[in-house]
Ligand binder design. Sequence first.
Ligand SMILES: [Zn+2]
Length: 417
Amino acid sequence: MQLKTILNRVQKFKSFVYKSMRWVGTDAAPELEVEVAERANGQPICSACGRRSPGYDRLPKRRFEFVPLWGIKVFLVYAPRRVACSRCGIRVEQMPWALGKRPLTKAYGWFLASWARRLSWKETASVFRTSWESVFRSVEMAVEWGRAHQDLGGVQAIGIDEIAWKKGHRYLTLVYQIDTHCRRLLWIGKERKARTLLGFFRWFGTERSQGLRYICSDMWKPYLKVVAKKAGQAVHVLDRFHIMAHFSKALDEVRAGEVKELKAKGYEPVLTKSRWLLLKRPENLSDRQDSKLAELLQYNLRSVRAYLLKEEFQFFWHYRSPYWAGQFLDKWCTKTMRSKIDPMKKVARMLRGHRELLLNWFRAKGQLSSGVVEGFNAKAKLTSRKSYGFRTFRGAEIALYHALGALPEPEVTHRFC
Ligand SMILES: [Zn+2]
């Protein structure tokens, strides 16, 4: 059997054929070149408008990198014709294997993009002896194709989240679909302003926005305003993950203040190295941490009292009826307002101010998967770390859509990986 037979099996073109093959490269790094030619009597197709047009002239030979075979780089070699298109003028012909002006074939681009989902981009480049740039461009191509072909019908529940980006309080806003039957990253925007979220709704379209039934987000004011304006019919749910993050922040603040104070007064530094004891859920502590926490709880410290208030609040999420959950919330807030712990009082005020939206959590129970936003948040952070923190917005966008977008891929006769 010849290599030509294999090529025709994995990738056959209607208007082009494989011709001769030859070895090039060096002994240490051998390469295979496969000559490609147009079928006899075939008219070239204009790459701009897709119409058959009379040929004009021929450009020099170009190499298009194909999927490697047994560790040997493979190139298709073809001298593209130019057409004299009656509409577009003189244009290069359409080549079904080519990715625009890039030196990669479509097949190789999809191959690299697919590996770049399993490995980091850098690893992918090194395994296949190609450049980081080639991997990035391949992923970009896959994302652009997928975004242009994805089906946005039937989205009923979305979650809005943000992740820190670069240093110095810069954020990306991420919008996820969190329906029980389909979860994916839908959209990414720079920063986390009202304008950012308006950008999402503009992209998503009025009709689809009005079909939304649930929206899950943080208490961030610009979000609340925009959601009310653009999808007022949806039940707006403040999600557990974001609320509890506010508690952690408050607890950190209380603890840091108290450590300073104790040190200044010359007391035993019981609070040092206690940060995780107080932030972690008790069921996630190790035995050693458990006994350390028990010891710490004997002190009547502000940090300890704040910790107990936070743990008490966890009961809130276990209610079934919004009515009783509301009763619990009111009592907890009253108690906390009397605690004289400012950061906790701030949390209580914030919760009181958003009482109705908080209780929507119980109205929406069972309609959306609650842990989804938290899960996506962790995956988004991991993706960022794998790409060594996103240096450019374009890089962040491409990496996140690729990892979390559940984007479709074209149907092909043969999958190379
Ligand atoms: Zn044309």
